[in-house]
Each structure stands twice: as structure tokens, then as C-alpha cells.
Design a protein around this ligand. Structure first.
Ligand code: NAP
Length: 294
């Protein structure tokens, strides 16, 4: 009778805090739509409890987790191995538990999510790209951008050592692209943006509830620029609004979120999310995010 009553496997998200996440809604929407026997829950895991996560997956036969702030790097020592981008970034956003063997593997689907978002909007980066921030998201973005024929990628970060570390970590992948790190200096950022073709914002500045905050001087934005803000709540940040008014092409973080989730979902369930379902999901989440505080 397995066909009528399949075992339901658990998926989830671990982070601290996890209150703002739309991932449970997105993955459960896919589980229902695609009739796959999984359910996705968010778990707030305090850092001092992190060592218990992988043993709990084995004990409870949990198929997989997404991993978010602040555990993406800290979970790595507990995993059996890393695959693909996770190995280079030494950071994961997805855990896959091979239930037969008990092996727990770390993946990082954020670079794929970013690249797929670019592709789905026909964005082909060339010239000079600026990345604001040097955290987990910025690392994933730079990793993804190194696949494109960019002349230069310039990373600015408040804590300059973190930007320098990012550049050192990714230096072996640079090919013909110059990869540089600088401290967060508004005038330097302003000058760099004037010569850039792509600006990616990967800090929380401008996220709800501080939606009026602008990470750059709006006068520096121009119509030769594509501006991608990884924030998706609000859907149009003050940065994206200023960019739109300056004639720039704009994109928020929702598609990256959906595509990284779709790849994780496929790793867990073996089921691909079609472009049609991606589109439905985008509409569902846009409605959800515009219907009040999240
Ligand atoms: P993270 O690892 O904690 O890094 C945060 C980054 O923001 C660091 O570079 C940090 O600089 C910088 N920052 C924080 N507060 C700042 C401030 N007041 N002024 C200047 N810089 C500041 O976080 P993350 O995972 O990279 O996430 C960054 C952003 O990307 C968040 O808004 C998150 O929502 C978004 N994100 C979106 C997606 C998506 O799929 N759309 C995926 C991941 C993340 P320091 O190094 O100096 O602390």
C-alpha cells in the first residue's frame, strides 16, 4: 500500500533567527503541487546547539536541511563531505542526508541560484562588476560572476579583512578577471559605480524594517548599469528604486532565492521544478511579500 500512503520525509531550514524566512512556504508549495511525500519546517537552532544537528538528522532520518545565517560555515566540520561550490566556498546552504548510508553531504546552491536568476532575465555580465558586502551571499555571487567574461570584479566591505579573505579564497578561479577588495569608502564606491556595468548589493542595508537606508549615493547610479539587490523584502529597496529612477536595469533577490531553493529541492527529492512552476512560485511569493509585514 506504499503507493497510497508513502512515508513522509522531513526537510527543513536551520538558522538563528529564522522568523523572516519564506522557504517553508515555498518548499511546501512545491511538495503539494508536485505531490512528493516531503514536508519542510523551519528550526531555530542556537549556535551552541549546532553540533546536535547532523546526529539528529541521522536519528530522525531527516532527508535534508537548508542552512542559513549564522550556520553556513560553522556546520562544515560536522559534514561527511562537501560538493561543488561548497568545497571552494567552505560554506553550505543545503545538506543532503543519504538515508541508506547515513552520509550527510554539504552543497551550496546559492551560486547556481544567482546564475539562474541572471539567465532567466537575460543578463550577461561583462565589463566591471561591483559587489557590496563580503559575507556568505557576496561569496556566492563572486563565485558565480567568475564564470562570466568580466574585466574586473571589485568587492567593497565594511570589514576589509573579510573582503580580502574572499578575494584570496577565490583567486584560483579568476582566469582573466581582476578581482579586488577594498574597505567600504562611500567616495571610492561612488567613483567605482560610475565606471561599472553591474552592481550587486549583498548586505542587509535597506531590508525591512529599515527600508529607507541606501547603501550607495544615488547620484552615482546611471543608465548603463544593472543593479541587483539580493534583498527581496521589500521587493523594491530604496537602492532599486533609485536605480530605476536613474534608468538602470534592476532585479531583486527573489529569483535567486527561488532558484537556489529549486536546486536544493531537486537534490532532496529528485524532482525538477519546471520554469512554469518557478513562475507560479514567483507570483505566489510576490503576493505573500506584498501582503504585509513578514
Ligand atoms: P552575512 O554573511 O552575515 O554577511 C553580511 C554582510 O553585510 C557582510 O559583508 C557585512 O559586513 C555586511 N553588513 C552588515 N551590516 C552592515 C552595515 N550596517 N553596513 C555595511 N555593511 C554591513 O549575510 P549574507 O548571508 O551574506 O546575507 C547578506 C544579504 O543578502 C542579506 O540581506 C540577505 O537577506 C541577502 N541574501 C539573499 C539571498 C537570496 O537568495 N536572495 C541569499 C542569501 C542572502 P561585515 O563583514 O563588515 O560585517
Amino acid at each position: 500500500m506504499r503507493h497510497h500512503n508513502p512515508t513522509v520525509h522531513l526537510l527543513g531550514l536551520i538558522g538563528h533567527p529564522i522568523g523572516h524566512s519564506v522557504s517553508p512556504e515555498m518548499h511546501n508549495f512545491w511538495c503539494e503541487r508536485l505531490q512528493v511525500p516531503y514536508r519542510y519546517m523551519a528550526f531555530d537552532v542556537a549556535p551552541h546547539r549546532l553540533s546536535g544537528v547532523v546526529p539528529a538528522m541521522r536519528t530522525l532520518r531527516i532527508r535534508g536541511f537548508n542552512v542559513t545565517i549564522p550556520h553556513k560555515e560553522a556546520i562544515v566540520p560536522y559534514l561527511d563531505r562537501l560538493e561543488g561550490a561548497a568545497r571552494i566556498l567552505q560554506a553550505v546552504n543545503t545538506l543532503v542526508h543519504e538515508l541508506e548510508s547515513g552520509t550527510v553531504i554539504g552543497y551550496n546552491t546559492d551560486p547556481f541560484g544567482f546564475t539562474a536568476a541572471l539567465q532567466s532575465h537575460g543578463i550577461q555580465p561583462t565589463g566591471v562588476a561591483i559587489v557590496l558586502g563580503a559575507g556568505g551571499a557576496a561569496c556566492a555571487v563572486v563565485f558565480a560572476l567568475l564564470q562570466y567574461p568580466l574585466e574586473r570584479i571589485i568587492v567593497f566591505n565594511r570589514t576589509v579583512q573579510r573582503a580580502v579573505h574572499l578575494v584570496e579564497q577565490l583567486a584560483p578561479l579568476t582566469h582573466n578577471t581582476v578581482l579586488e577588495a577594498y574597505a567600504w569608502d562611500p567616495d571610492h564606491i561612488d567613483r567605482a559605480i560610475r565606471r561599472a556595468t553591474l552592481l550587486v548589493h549583498a548586505t542587509p542595508l535597506g531590508m525591512v524594517p529599515h527600508t529607507e537606508v541606501l547603501p550607495v549615493q544615488p547620484e552615482s547610479l546611471h543608465d548603463q548599469l544593472t543593479v541587483i539587490d539580493l534583498i527581496y523584502n521589500p521587493p523594491e529597496t530604496a537602492l532599486l528604486r533609485a536605480a530605476r529612477l536613474a534608468g538602470a536595469r534592476t532585479l531583486n533577490g527573489l529569483d535567486m532565492l527561488i532558484f537556489q531553493g529549486a536546486r536544493a529541492f531537486e537534490l532532496w527529492t529528485g524532482v525538477r521544478i519546471s520554469m512554469e512552476l518557478i513562475e507560479t512560485t514567483r507570483k505566489m511569493l510576490q503576493t505573500r511579500l506584498s501582503s504585509g509585514p513578514h
